[in-house]
Design a protein around this ligand. Structure first.
Ligand SMILES: [Ca+2]
Ligand SMILES: [Ca+2]
Length: 160
């Protein structure tokens, strides 16, 4: 068993990737294989939110719990994926494609969590408790450079 890592103060992901290793609980949890009774198993990264949305007990981290950089711009989707706030279609960019998906959802022509709307947890970037045209507008504004695309602490949104 390792000693406790240095205080969790950095903002550099690369530093944090290896900083907080903790042995996983249970016999099979932590072996990197999803065994019966486990929802996920990211091996040594279980319970390390900088690199995993799987808890130390091999369960999905809660929707909206912070992950990735400690900068607050990424959230767990409730299924062991760390999504970037605003990147609802999961293509790695926040742009008009995300705005379109959210706008379509808002007017009822796209189902929540289906098709390209893969990460609804990352939708509520204006943190008003809803995933709607207000968020789509900000995504579009970020795409054209009017506002920053660093959406901090997006409120976890779950499909109704
Ligand atoms: Ca995107
Ligand atoms: Ca919103």
């Amino acid at each position: 068993m390792r000693n406790s890592p240095a205080p969790f103060v950095g903002i550099l992901c690369l530093v944090l990737l290896t900083a907080t290793y903790q042995p996983a609980a249970g016999a099979a949890c932590g072996d990197g294989v999803v065994d019966p009774g486990e929802q996920c198993d990211d091996g040594p990264f279980n319970g390390n939110p900088t690199v995993s949305c799987c808890t130390a007990t091999c369960q999905f981290a809660a929707v909206g719990s912070m992950c990735g950089c400690v900068c607050g711009s990424m959230v767990c989707d409730g299924a062991d994926h760390c999504a970037t706030c605003g990147d609802v279609n999961g293509d790695g960019a926040i742009n008009i494609g995300d705005a379109l998906v959210v706008a379509q959802f808002d007017v009822g022509i796209r189902q929540c969590g289906s098709g390209m709307f893969v990460y609804p947890a990352a939708c509520d970037i204006n943190r008003d408790g809803a995933c709607n045209i207000g968020d789509a507008l900000r995504m579009a504004q970020c795409d054209v450079g009017l506002i920053s695309c660093e959406f901090m602490f997006c409120t976890p949104f779950t499909c109704p």
